[in-house]
Write a protein that binds this ligand. Structure first.
Ligand code: GDD
Ligand code: MN
Length: 365
């Protein structure tokens, strides 16, 4: 028996109705090629995994990886690729939005010496089809920004449809972040200069069954991925975000103090205490939404989270004051002592927040 040359990785979350039709389309278009398809399913409540396994009983080209307690498209794709040994690997949506008939042309390009072939919606003879206008705008903007970071300019870095050589995958593997949606940007950003990339046009199709899993937060994840590629070498991105949120808190504090004390004549000590509380609360919610998006508190957990954050910040403030006065008493100038105290307090707050308030979860996205 000759071995397979192409693996198709399909990340899935609630795609039960799309499995059989997709496998039929693949079988049709890949006639004459040794292929296999690996569905990487994050334990979808609609039993996608079960359906894939049933199908693999009768069709040895079909395999299932079922992940428990995990979410995330990028990490699903990476793990799917790691489970194969074919020289060529492709990624495609389960919902048949991508034009699977492009797969054999992609394979030909790889065999002719390319390392990566991308299905693009933004070149001649291609389109986003019926994709809603606001999604097209977001995708366009992300494409522009993506290209600032990428050494290899490509027309559709947000594409979820591409094929690559195993050697390329293995060479970028140690640098992949594996977080969020944007596996292609992740790969291209880490690809060596000499990588040969080609793009093939396709018209994006409508999703027949099920719903899109892309949400606004996915866009945020994309920007953090880019920022990480840009600045991650110098300072952890999470720390930069934490500090930015902290600075926004200074603004919130000052504004609240002004409103309470200056315009509403509230006594200074009370106004100052309320302003501190409000700034901490706003910092908590912003950090929950942005900095610690991957272990976000939801529902009732937010109450416990908020109080844990109050405690962390209060201890941070005490340490800040202690360090600053110690420095000041040792003859350090007032402003340097102040900055030093604030910096030590900020690092303390960050360390405690990321280990206790927002405990790292097993979720990837
Ligand atoms: N395993 C796993 N885990 N799979 C997931 C997850 C997850 O957490 N979230 C989404 N998927 C799967 C979906 O089931 C689908 O097969 C594929 O990943 C893409 O998700 P969609 O929900 O279909 O995304 P979309 O069609 O809105 O977004 C399309 O356009 C983006 C660019 O604008 C896709 O083609 C994306 O890949 C593309 O980046
Ligand atoms: Mn889709």
């Amino acid at each position: 028996m000759s071995s397979n040359e192409l693996s198709i990785i399909v990340p899935t979350y609630n795609e039960a109705e799309n499995i059989q039709p997709l496998v039929d389309l693949l079988a049709n278009t890949l006639d004459g090629i040794g292929w296999e398809v690996i569905f990487v399913d994050d334990n979808s409540p609609d039993q996608t995994s079960g359906i894939v396994r049933e199908l693999s009983q009768e069709n040895p080209r079909v395999r299932c990886i079922q992940r428990i307690g995990r979410r995330g498209l990028s990490s699903a794709v990476i793990e799917g690729m790691l489970s194969t040994s074919t020289p060529f690997m492709a990624v495609i949506d389960a919902d048949m939005q991508h034009d699977e008939t492009l797969l054999s042309a992609m394979l030909t390009q790889l065999k002719q010496g390319h390392d990566l072939v991308i299905g693009s919606r933004y070149i001649e003879n291609a389109s986003t089809g019926t994709m809603p206008e606001h999604r097209v705008k977001i995708s366009r903007a992300a494409t522009l920004i993506g290209n600032i970071v990428l050494e290899h300019p490509i027309s559709d870095p947000m594409s979820g449809f591409f094929m690559l050589r195993r050697e390329l995958f293995e060479s970028v593997l140690p640098s992949l972040s594996g977080k969020g949606f944007k596996i292609l940007v992740d790969i291209v950003a880490s690809a060596p200069k000499s990588t040969r990339i080609d793009e093939l046009p396709y018209h994006m199709k409508k999703r027949e069954f099920g719903d899109s899993k892309l949400s606004a937060i996915v866009v945020w994840e994309f920007f953090t991925l880019l920022a990480n590629k840009l600045f991650g070498k110098y300072l952890p991105l999470r720390f930069i975000m934490f500090i930015t949120v902290g600075l926004s808190g200074v603004g919130v504090h000052t504004l609240t103090l002004f409103i309470l004390h200056k315009t509403m004549q509230v006594e200074f000590l009370i106004a100052q205490s309320l302003a501190t509380l409000i700034a901490m609360t706003s910092n908590y919610f912003l950090n929950n939404l942005l900095t610690f998006n991957d272990s976000q508190h939801k529902g009732k957990k937010m109450i416990a989270g908020l109080f844990s954050f109050y405690i962390t910040c209060s201890l941070g403030a005490l340490i800040n004051i202690a360090v600053a006065s110690m420095a000041f008493n040792h003859g350090v100038s007032w402003w340097l002592a102040g900055i030093f105290g604030a910096a030590v307090g900020a690092v303390w707050n960050f360390a405690l927040s990321s280990t206790y308030t927002w405990k790292p979860s097993r979720n990837d996205s």
